[in-house]
Design a protein around this ligand. Structure first.
Ligand code: FMN
Length: 359
């Protein structure tokens, strides 16, 4: 039924539907459920240490023989200087006061890159697929993964980034549009409002790369999947659509917000982590957007905003970081295997409808 089989053949999967990696929200059980339903499950590993990563892969392999992907951040933003950090700490003072919390005393830890140690562990774990967000690690790492027979993917948020990824040797490009929940995978820091929508991005990337294109951002049902194929994609990567699954680690408060979501209740903000991310609106993010930029780089800013997020708790209209995308209102509450089956059925119906009446 699928009009393009390139991704299906590349990964050896039944359906060209990829569960997006979602660090902190995905689980090995969610990955396995999507893989068992014939799609590909991705695990966001950016927040896992070596032990956590090894344990997660054991849990995935215990629950599925299907195809899975381990995802890492290839961030290379320089750590912020002390002055930028202290300017930001001063801007946060009214918020700290409001919640009666103190700014963290120690400087934030240096960002964790995809380094040689992590590369060696990933080669040992030998997943079928590895994907990156925020660009690619050093060229040697990509070469080593590919030489080990591991398929390599990365995200492009512009046509230029897609060209660069193809030149660097990726097996497929994930075209992530502005609608997407979570962090924008731009290769360099850019303004929160500088995103390109999925409808514009996918066909322009499909026109210039010869590897398969995976559409991501705002796709949450079979209509969106059919549209992605019409735009030239060979498959889709979906995150928000799986956040209400019982297998997801989405916390209760965010589940409640997603159950009641509307198309316009998210915004792009860099004011929590240091890089633009789509999350539910909060007064904190709106106030920071109004006050301009000059933010410490990703992920150092988390160290300054973390105490606020924790203290605000249920006051999430004020301060929160509920990551989800513009199509959250289309998310359904069901086990991930059922979601995939429904997406396949809906896609078939959408393709049939677009083909017009027979005879
Ligand atoms: C809660 C959440 C966490 C995310 N974390 C990651 C991540 O760790 N790595 C990554 O490559 N993409 C991450 N993303 C972005 C997804 O890969 C993908 O681009 C996005 O979910 C697609 O848009 P959608 O949410 O509208 O389906 C995340 C998205 C969400 C919603």
């Amino acid at each position: 039924m699928w009009p393009d089989r390139r991704l299906i053949d590349l990964f050896g999967i039944e359906h060209p539907i990829i569960l997006a990696p979602m660090a902190g929200s995905g689980t090995p059980e969610l990955v396995a459920a999507v893989a068992n339903a014939g799609g590909m499950g991705s695990l966001g590993c950016a927040m896992l240490d070596a032990e956590g990563l090894a344990g997660a892969v054991v849990r995935i392999r215990a629950a599925t023989n299907g195809v899975f992907n381990l995802n890492f951040f290839a961030i290379r933003d320089p750590a912020p200087d002390a002055e930028t950090l202290s300017r930001m700490a001063a801007r946060l003072q009214p918020w700290y006061r409001r919640y009666g919390v103190a700014p963290p005393p120690a400087p934030p830890p240096a960002p964790a890159f995809f380094d040689q140690t992590r590369l060696r562990q990933v080669l040992d774990l030998a997943p079928p697929v590895v994907s990156f967000h925020f660009g690619l690690p050093q060229h040697d790492a990509v070469t080593a993964l590919k030489a080990a027979g591991i398929k390599v993917l990365s995200t492009a948020t512009t046509v230029t980034e897609a060209r660069a990824l193809e030149l660097a040797g990726v097996d497929a490009v994930i075209a992530q549009g502005f609608e997407a929940g979570g962090h924008r995978g731009a290769h360099r820091p850019n303004d929160a409002q500088d995103g390109v929508g999925t409808l514009s991005l996918v066909p322009q990337i499909a026109d210039v790369v010869s590897v398969p294109v995976i559409a991501a951002g705002g796709i949450a049902d079979g209509r969106g999947i059919a549209a992605a194929f019409a735009l030239g994609a060979s498959g889709v990567q979906m995150g928000t659509a799986f956040l209400l699954c019982p297998e997801a680690a989405t916390d209760a408060r965010r589940r409640e917000r997603i159950r009641n979501a509307s198309a316009d209740d998210t915004m792009m903000t860099a004011a929590v982590s240091g890089r633009p991310a789509r999350a539910r609106r909060s007064r904190y993010a709106e106030a920071m957007a109004a006050a301009g930029t000059d933010l410490p780089s990703f992920p150092a800013l988390y160290a300054l905003t973390g105490p606020l997020l924790e203290a605000a708790g249920a006051e999430d209209d004020e301060v929160s970081f509920h990551l989800y995308g513009q199509s959250a209102a289309l998310a359904r509450e069901a086990p991930a295997g059922e979601i995939v089956a429904r997406l396949v059925e809906q896609s078939a119906a959408a393709f049939a409808r677009l083909a017009g009446p027979r005879g």
